[in-house]
Design a protein around this ligand. Structure first.
Ligand code: 5GP
Length: 237
């Protein structure tokens, strides 16, 4: 597989064309940003961790019937993925209150929700990814009703599968963000699933093992990423 022109560079990844018009290479960086790039830094080894964790989770989800963009792991930092057009929505599912939801509703973090909370955010850095509903998404053509229905159905199923997976690792899946893409007319899961995009709390202690260690200057950031990698790799064997 030949790596050709870079087509996109985001905060945590670069995407390249390949000699196959249907496939891209996604390369994971160590660059870390938070609060919409107002805070910048590096988490050494993060790209390697996120590439590997995402690949394990995408493969687990595929086995369970979730369509994803994952094709194969190419190297420590590179993943071969299907070419998609990203739907401009950040899809969030929450199981325990934290971050944006605690702030929005003026409630404590750490409250177990009676039912999972499904949120859509418009993927727009200049607006700080505002919370929207399906009517906004439909009214300004971000997606069709059929696509929104598919996204919600998939997101809810993904939450159940990820919760079960992390349960076995003694980790509470607090919340996470997904991105979907269009591939040959079909909605599939894209982007990444990693400590950058999920909140992971150790059961019992509540110890944070995700990007909040960087966002909130909690220290031991690299250690937390390596610990999550070790746990995920161990159970996927
Ligand atoms: P919150 O809305 O509480 O800030 O985020 C909810 C969940 O989605 C967290 O697990 C967070 O890591 C993830 N998330 C939301 N927006 C983004 C984003 O723009 N980038 C990344 N990496 N994660 C996000």
């Amino acid at each position: 597989m030949k790596k050709l022109n870079q087509v996109y560079e985001g905060k945590a990844k670069k995407v390249f064309e390949t000699d196959d018009p249907d496939l891209f290479i996604q390369e994971f960086k160590d660059d870390a940003t938070a609060f919409n790039a107002k805070k910048k830094g590096t988490i050494v080894g993060k790209g390697v961790v996120n590439n590997k964790i995402s690949s394990v989770l995408f493969q687990m989800l595929e086995k369970e019937g979730i369509p994803t963009h994952f094709v194969k792991l190419l190297s420590e930092r590179e993943m071969l993925v299907k070419k998609v057009k990203i739907v401009p929505l950040e899809v969030t599912i929450r199981n325990i209150t934290a971050g944006g939801m605690a702030k929005l509703l003026g409630i404590e973090e750490g409250i177990r929700l009676k039912t999972p909370v499904y949120e859509l955010h418009y993927k727009a850095d200049h607006l700080d990814d505002p919370l929207i509903n399906e009517d906004h998404a439909l009214a300004i053509n971000m997606a069709t009703q059929e696509e929104l229905d598919t996204i919600k159905k998939l997101a809810i199923k993904i939450n159940q599968l990820l919760k079960n997976f992390f349960e076995k690792l003694n980790i509470d899946l607090v919340d996470f963000k997904l991105e979907f893409g269009r591939c040959k007319g079909k909605i599939i899961l894209a982007d990444e699933i990693s400590p950058d995009t999920c909140r992971f709390w150790e059961k019992g202690t509540g110890r944070k093992l995700d990007k909040d260690r960087f966002r909130r200057d909690l220290g031991n950031v690299e250690d937390a990423y390596q610990e999550m990698l070790a746990k995920v790799v161990e159970t996927s064997k």
